[in-house]
Design a protein around this ligand. Sequence first.
Ligand SMILES: Nc1ncnc2c1ncn2[C@@H]1O[C@H](COP(=O)(O)OP(=O)(O)OP(=O)(O)O)[C@@H](O)[C@H]1O
Ligand SMILES: [Mg+2]
Length: 376
Amino acid sequence: MALIRDPRPLSYDYLPPELPHRESQLKEMSALFDRVRDGGAQNIMLKGRVGTGKTASARIFTESFISEMAGKGKRIVKAYINCRSKTSSHAVFVSIARSFSSGFPSAGISEDQMMDAIATHLEREGVHLIVILDEVDYLLRRVGSDVIYKLSRFSEFSERPQNISIIGISQQDAISLMDEAARSTFRRSNVILFPQYSAGELADIIRQRAELALAPDAITSDSIELMADISARDGDARYAIELLERAALMAQATGNDQIRAEHVRRASAESSVMFGEESLENLNMQELLVFLGALRRLRASAYATTGEVEEEYRAVCEEYGQEPRGHTQFWKYLNDLELEGLVSTELVSGKGRTKRISTDIPVEDAIAVIEKRLGA
Ligand SMILES: Nc1ncnc2c1ncn2[C@@H]1O[C@H](COP(=O)(O)OP(=O)(O)OP(=O)(O)O)[C@@H](O)[C@H]1O
Ligand SMILES: [Mg+2]
């Protein structure tokens, strides 16, 4: 059976049915939209670093809100605008108008006229519009707050029907980029924070995608954990999913029916600098031997304990005719390797000083380089 059963859930724009660990943000959005349920409008802002689920949450929330309201006989439409690709406020208004009326003219009409046409259309149809302004900080830097100000004239401050709500999305504090008039329409309390994901949370996200995309048992829990650990440095779900996709493609291309730790390391190495001889420049003979011991031990698994690595280190010393150093020295060398960024270690809970060692360097490549160096 093919390792990848359905490639779609591995793609960056696939929207999963549920977003693990974003339940509270979705609840907050829903609570703030009570105002819209009551016939008003609402402006909210989603804020968080790269890959923290802002865009996905906005899309999932809007979809579910639209169908909830449809059930109550209230029509809601949405306009999703990625502001990074819009270089003028005119372009933003055009894509808003086009999102519900494809024949909307784009030339020869002013922004104010366009805004009026949008409002008239909404009023006539009895529709409420949710405008998602993704990466809104680009818009604010490039053209200022005008778009936001004009859209929010239809919020609680106006005499007109409140039929336009805004969901702004930004990695930074976008409200501080607005001028006074626009700022007054976004309350500070309407900012929903998207914290970076922990390794455990990323593991759940990866597991969800693996279940949707891969054959059963196509990935070991060790491999999931290693992917999660690597992507947890930035707390970035997009990178985690990318790693899963690349590792799956790599495993499949080489005829494996399971994604192993080495596929994960290679997938991660593809996006960073290649491992070469220069990475070993700062290591002395003993550190090289400890590193080789660790790498050999990590051939078959994603993680190894300090005890296992020390045992392998002794075998390596014998092989190369070197006197193995004592326990304390071994720990110091291991620490040096970690400082060089070659391995990661973490304490194993409940096991005293025992640590768990892993690496995101492709092990076979590194072994080849070290063996060559030691043989010379
Ligand atoms: N909690 C989650 N569960 C499942 N998938 C998630 C989760 N959070 C994010 N993702 C997925 O990770 C990828 C990145 O998420 P998203 O695009 O929402 O990030 P973002 O916060 O908008 O990042 P950016 O600021 O870079 O645009 C998407 O493919 C998304 O579906
Ligand atoms: Mg986004």
